[in-house]
Design a protein around this ligand. Structure first.
Ligand code: BDR
Ligand code: CA
Length: 328
């Protein structure tokens, strides 16, 4: 089994990514490191533990809280309040307010506890001591991973690859050209890419090519276990928020973070992957946090970055289905 460390900011699509990683039976999840992003750090840690508890693996997988703010930038006060995903301003058809994250998880507090070790220390120590190379999957702002590469750049030698959820080759989601995870810590992403480590970048082009609809969520609910119900409820909630805020026209929604995990389990879920040199805009202007993909000259066999453009929805749906079914 491939050894992986998930780096999350849980988050509804993070929650589905965690379930896929843990329940698929195809990955050895050696630990989960947590950063801020969808919510402040303590909430993301709590959400992560509650998902693991619900899967029955709460005390089996170490969860390490990490950086509470980006590597270089100051967290703008009101950042979470200004994130539309975090405002309870959307309402479902019954007129009830929609809160994107906590409603469907078991009531807090989580039974399991986080480790008393910082995420960055965990990353450095675990990667250095591992006999096999480790794949890191950052599906939030990449602060913890960028910081670990700064703390000890030699860890790159024992990293199989970094599989990011982040970026876009054209349209962004929180700025015209910027995707949320990359915009929230562009320096971290740049440090990782510039280290020369192999990077696979699963961005918005790929995630939006494989959107999910209510009927997909219904199929997960029909599995009849807690994992299927949680996936269903989170997906419905995401779709309802998307509709209320005008992010979706046809009731479809991307499960961003889960696609990054799926691509580690089975790389063929990405049907268009191009080896193209990448850089990150950290200049503070309108393109700040934009993934800069060099399309000139076609693919480059020397590039350390592989960019995903398209995914196979049927395969992706089935992978999640098969994983959810495994929960007893
Ligand atoms: C990414 O931003 C976060 O809100 C999601 O969890 C996902 O990782 C999508 O841009
Ligand atoms: Ca995320």
């Amino acid at each position: 089994k491939k050894k992986v460390i998930l780096d999350v900011d849980t988050g509804s699509d993070d929650a589905i990514a965690i379930m896929l990683a843990v329940l698929s039976g195809k990955l050895d999840v050696v630990g989960i490191t947590v950063t801020q992003g969808n919510k402040p750090l303590p909430n993301c840690v709590e959400n992560t533990l509650r998902v693991l508890d619900l899967m029955g693996v709460g005390d089996k997988i170490p969860v390490c809280p990490g950086c509470p703010a980006p590597m270089v930038r100051t967290l703008t006060p009101g950042r979470y309040a200004n994130n539309p995903e975090n405002q309870v301003q959307a309402h479902n058809k019954k007129g009830e307010p929609i809160d994107l994250h906590p409603a469907y998880l078991p009531a807090p507090p989580a039974h399991s506890k986080p480790q008393n070790m910082h995420a960055c220390t965990f990353l450095v120590e675990t990667i250095k001591q591992s006999k096999e190379k480790i794949t890191i999957i950052p599906v939030g702002p990449a602060t913890n991973v960028g910081m670990a590469f700064r703390m000890d750049p030699t860890i790159a030698d024992n990293v199989e690859e970094v599989v990011f959820m982040g970026g876009s080759v054209d349209k962004g989601n929180i700025t015209p050209v910027g995707e949320a995870n990359f915009v929230h810590d562009p320096e971290a992403v740049k440090i990782i890419i510039d280290s020369g480590v192999k990077c696979r970048i699963i961005g918005l082009n790929a995630t939006h090519s494989a959107e999910f609809y209510r009927e997909d969520a219904d199929a997960y609910l029909a599995i009849g276990n807690a994992a299927g119900k949680l996936a269903h409820d989170l997906m419905y909630n995401r779709i309802e928020v998307g509709e209320a805020l005008g992010w979706t026209q046809d009731g479809g929604d991307a499960l961003h973070d889960a696609l990054a995990v799926a691509s580690v389990i089975d790389p063929t879920v990405i049907t268009d992957l191009r080896q193209e040199p990448c850089d990150m805009d950290i200049n503070g202007g309108a393109g700040d946090g934009q993934l800069i993909v060099d399309h000139r000259g076609g693919q480059d066999p020397n590039a350390n970055t592989f960019v995903a453009y398209k995914a196979d929805k049927k395969k992706f749906f089935q992978m999640i289905y098969d994983a959810l079914k495994n929960q007893k």
